[in-house]
Design a protein around this ligand. Structure first.
Ligand code: GLN
Length: 379
């Protein structure tokens, strides 16, 4: 078998979903909702079953989908997005990130990745023949050290991967941080590959700024995102890359040969989501705000220590006081004996850090309440 695969393990996030099923545990590991998408989308999906399309769409995304996405993102990002030249529709942001990296990097290149990080980035880098240079984010605010970041840029990197709002920390990068990263990207002439799938899940007073919207950054940013989290359709696998026409032209080639295209019927049905009024996004934020309060209040009652997320729907919980040095063993025990599945924190860290587990709270309030009831045994 290929030696390339030695550089990373299977996805621990996806593995924990299997562990949750095995022990019939409440799955707070792999982050996806247990509630339905908006009715507009499911009703349209029923209609599409009768009316189609059921065949291939244009490889880089249906015209209607790109048009509606361009309208929405032009408004949200505050920069003009041209549906004809600035968009590739992908199979989830998972493909978007991989295609983006393959588009801008040669084998042997280096990319900066903040640690902790969403585990796909290492796999993307290794499969692309790229070496990740990790820059630590230090709790409690998960700030980076500016000198370390500059030093990483000095090593001749091709791109920096920026997950904002961030998985697993829930960090929302401040405008000052983004401006600093942008200055470095310009100074060292690098690309920024963003993962902004939690763009609509941001808690006050924090504000998410799109890297591509900063002066001069559109030209060097590949903004990856997806509809999974925003419309609760993780299984539809609809993502996209927005970027400058010249780069997107190459990206489309990569995407075409990787997957030919995202599912045509699902693109059609998802247009109903892209057409939602602003109120939908405010409502979504409100829903997650309530889930966050419910879950974090529960953790407080139990006496668990955690870092309060500023965005996204994850929380890193500190398990050091339980005296189990192996976070994998702890998660296995938690799923089996307590009936709640979490992700061992070390799968997100480059450094040898084993004192955290990650819960997600994208679940119905009753699911979260039941999970907290089970977790009370930890008090
Ligand atoms: N982003 C989700 C998580 O971190 C998982 C997404 C996936 O498995 N593709 O749990």
């Amino acid at each position: 078998l290929s030696n390339r695969l030695d550089g990373f393990t299977e996805s621990i996030i996806r593995k924990m979903t299997r562990v949750a099923r095995q022990y019939d545990a409440i799955n707070l590991s792999q982050g996806f909702p247990d509630f339905d998408p908006p009715r507009e989308l499911t009703e349209e999906l029923r209609k599409v079953a009768d009316e189609g399309p059921h065949q291939y769409e244009i490889t880089w995304g249906s015209e209607l989908f790109r048009e509606k996405l361009a309208l929405k993102q032009t408004k949200r990002m505050g920069i003009p997005v041209d549906p004809a030249t600035n968009i590739v529709v992908t199979c989830g942001s998972t493909e978007a990130m991989m295609a983006a990296m393959m588009t801008v990097c040669n084998p042997g290149d280096k990319v900066i990745v903040f640690s902790p990080f969403y585990e796909n980035y290492t796999a993307d880098a290794i499969l692309t023949g790229v070496t990740p240079i990790y820059v630590p984010l230090a709790p409690p605010e998960f700030e980076y050290d500016p000198a370390t970041l500059r030093h990483a840029f000095e090593q001749g990197v091709k791109a920096i991967v920026l997950c904002n709002p961030s998985n697993p920390t829930g960090k929302v990068f401040t405008l000052e941080e983004l401006e600093e990263i942008a200055r470095l990207a310009v100074e060292f002439d690098t690309f920024v590959i963003t993962d902004e799938v939690y763009e609509h899940i941001v808690y006050e007073p924090h504000v998410h700024t799109y890297m591509a919207s900063l002066p001069g950054m559109f030209e060097r940013t590949l903004s990856c995102s997806s509809l999974s989290k925003t419309y609760s359709i993780t299984g539809w696998r609809l993502g996209y890359i927005i970027g400058p026409a010249k780069v997107i032209e190459t990206c489309r080639k990569v995407h075409d040969f990787l997957t030919v295209g995202a599912a045509a019927p699902l693109q059609k049905a998802a247009v109903k989501g892209l057409e939602m009024a602003d109120a939908y996004y405010e409502e979504l934020t409100g829903i997650y705000e309530r889930k966050r309060t419910l879950f974090l209040d529960g953790l407080d009652r139990i006496g668990l220590k955690y870092y309060k997320p500023q965005g996204a729907y994850y929380v890193l919980v500190d398990i050091s006081e339980f005296g189990e040095p192996d976070d994998y063993k702890f998660c296995e025990w938690l799923a089996k004996e307590i009936g709640v599945a979490a992700v061992p924190g070390s799968s997100f860290f480059r450094e040898d850090v084993r004192q955290y587990i990650r819960f997600h709270f994208a679940k119905k309030e009753e699911t979260l309440t039941e999970a907290l009831k089970r977790l009370e045994k930890l008090a």
